[in-house]
Design a protein around this ligand. Structure first.
Ligand SMILES: Nc1ncnc2c1ncn2[C@@H]1O[C@H](COP(=O)(O)OP(=O)(O)O)[C@@H](O)[C@H]1O
Ligand SMILES: [Mg+2]
Length: 274
């Protein structure tokens, strides 16, 4: 079965029969983290991925980023097999990964600097995305002077400044406090709408997945594949936390997704074929 997009937009990323292994460098033993995974992500789609811990979410994201090669199957982006990392895909991890000796502006402009963009231009571009992330007034501060939420906003601005076509985000808000997380979610939803990105967003929070996603994909326990994809019925520009929390449809969807994530997690281990 191919978990095709139903939005009608052309596919941005097509994944077919994907298997991903980790190989122990000493023993040569293989650990299969992802098995038989099919997924189509539409252009400009915001896809959230949920799944039990250890099911292979981060591994999948690493493979789409090009850090890990498929053991089987393929990942196609814009008609080409993904063979390695590229500027067309920007990655944001849970750890902020800012350079401590650079101020906010230089951190945000780093990717552009590495690509040889002249100073004035890279600062102009970086400032545009810092403004989008509500960080215009802290550009001369250093990472140690920022809160966790601000650091993560710098990391997001830095990735956006590289103008990726696809943003790959691995639990980027998991390490910030709940109040800040809600603000970041609202900001990211707005930024994604404005900048016409395709986003693959990994999270372990069902609420976060519904709040941000056009669709939510649920993975099986490891070795993971896509168990089910659910469309989020709430219009994007009406998604604020106060509205969703008051909507019985949100509560119902949360329960249904929670059950899908738990399914198999509590059940006996499935037979695995590698
Ligand atoms: N670098 C690694 N080397 C070996 N095994 C790994 C490595 N990273 C993850 N794994 C294993 O691969 C499986 C999937 O891990 P991961 O993708 O991190 O899961 P998730 O992000 O869904 O929690 C797990 O069984 C994990 O232990
Ligand atoms: Mg992970």
């Amino acid at each position: 079965m191919t978990a095709a997009s139903s939005s009608g937009a052309p596919p941005k990323i097509t994944i077919e029969g994907l298997a991903l292994d980790y190989v122990n460098p000493d023993s040569g033993a293989r650990h299969r983290a992802v098995e038989g995974l099919d997924l189509v992500v539409a252009t400009n789609e915001f896809l959230c991925v949920l799944g039990p811990s250890g099911c292979g979410k981060s591994t999948l994201l690493s493979a789409i980023a090009g850090f890990l090669r498929p053991a089987r199957g393929r990942i196609v982006m814009a008609g080409e097999n993904v063979e390695g990392p590229g500027a067309d895909r920007g990655v944001v991890f849970q750890e902020y990964a800012l350079l401590p000796w650079m101020n906010v502006l230089d951190n945000a402009a780093l990717g552009l600097k590495l690509r040889g963009v002249a100073r004035d231009e890279r600062y102009a571009v970086a400032r545009r995305y810092l403004a989008m992330a509500n960080l215009h007034d802290v550009e001369h501060k250093y990472p140690h002077e920022l809160s966790g939420g601000m650091k993560q906003r710098v990391a997001v601005a830095r990735t956006l400044a590289n103008s990726p076509e696809v943003m790959l985000m691995d639990e980027p808000f998991a390490a910030v406090d709940a109040q800040t997380r809600m603000t970041l979610q609202e900001e990211l939803g707005r930024i994604a709408m404005q900048s016409k990105l395709t986003v693959i967003f990994i999270t372990h929070s069902v609420e976060e997945a519904i709040f941000l996603g056009d669709r939510v994909a649920v993975m099986t326990p490891g070795p993971g594949r896509i168990r089910k994809i659910v469309e989020v019925p709430f219009t994007r520009d009406a998604r604020t936390w106060s509205r969703l929390n008051a909507d019985p449809a949100f509560t119902a969807m949360r329960e249904a997704l929670l059950n899908l994530v738990r399914l198999g997690h509590d059940a006996p281990a499935q037979a695995r074929t590698v």
